[in-house]
Design a protein around this ligand. Structure first.
Ligand code: GLU
Length: 285
């Protein structure tokens, strides 16, 4: 007789960056992840994505804790803080280096933009133009000259080489179904010029370390999941499921942003709104 399979406990997470105060979009993402765990008797975790030391502030981090508590969202264990785990990211980069999958990119934003505007048909995905590969084709000599001149550089993943190693990959989104992990994102940055990791690398490793089984996040990051699936395969990490959700828009149909004038949760709280009214503003009862 076959034994019933023990269902893996669902683990979700909310992973804000403390670069501003939480707005209704963050509240929606946090409640969504919390509900996804709660409905399945699982665990909800918190992660502070603070690799961008110049933009992160302790007061924003404190406000995240306060806002989540106020909304009634509790998390299991200590929050994981990305800035505490730089050595983990470094080890992963070394592994990718050893596979010869990284190359230094010296381009400035301006140079990338100029190259894209000069191209007849610059490849795009829904996140915008993709990196046109300028530094991928540098000769070893050109690379050495630039490296020894001390110009700052990022490290990019050579997508073509990476996919040649893994072969075709798929990933499952609970709402959208099976997706091919294609190379549409282009040669993404895995270590920034100013920070020795990047969003893609840190998120993928952290979801593995925190044993996240269901990654929930906004549709704006849908294409990133193909990059993360590829990294999971290259680095031998767990493969979760995904669920990308709608984005909360402002009344005039724009995406809420920290830099814009989106109403923050703390402002709503100060204005006398209740947690229940904030929940209902984003469509939860
Ligand atoms: N730190 C990311 C953000 O605030 C979260 C990304 C993710 O959930 O993967 O947008």
């Amino acid at each position: 007789m076959t034994q019933p399979r023990t269902a893996l406990q669902v683990v979700t997470r909310f992973a804000p960056s403390p670069t501003g105060y939480m707005h209704l979009g963050h509240a929606y993402a946090a409640i969504f992840a919390w509900n996804a765990a709660r409905e399945r008797n699982g665990r909800f975790l918190l992660r502070i994505e603070d690799i961008d030391r110049d933009r992160c502030r302790p007061e924003f981090e404190d406000a995240i804790f306060e806002d989540l508590h106020w909304l009634g969202l509790d998390w299991a264990g200590q929050p994981r803080r990305q800035s505490d785990n730089m050595s983990d990211y470094k080890r992963a980069l070394n592994k990718l280096h050893a596979l010869d999958l990284l190359y230094p990119c010296f381009c400035t934003r301006k140079e990338i933009q100029a190259e894209i505007s000069n191209a007849d048909a610059a490849p795009h995905n829904t996140d915008g133009p993709i990196y046109p590969g300028i530094c991928r084709t540098l000769t070893p000599k050109e690379r050495d000259v630039r490296l020894s001149s001390g110009v700052p550089y990022a490290l990019r993943l050579d997508m073509t080489k990476a996919h040649a190693i893994t072969g075709p990959l798929t990933w499952n989104d609970r709402e959208q179904g099976i997706n091919n992990a294609d190379a549409a994102a282009g040669d993404v940055v895995l270590a920034r010029k100013d920070v020795p990791t990047s969003y893609h690398l840190a998120v993928t490793l952290d979801d593995h370390r925190q044993r996240v089984t269901l990654v929930t996040r906004g549709m704006d990051l849908f294409h990133s999941s193909s990059v993360h699936r590829l990294l999971q395969s290259l680095l031998g990490l767990n493969i979760p499921e995904w669920q990308h959700h709608k984005l909360i828009m402002s009344k005039d149909g724009r995406r809420l942003s920290k830099r814009g004038r989106a109403l923050t949760i703390s402002a709503l709280r100060r204005a006398g709104e209740s947690p229940a009214s904030v929940r209902s503003m984003v469509g939860f009862d």
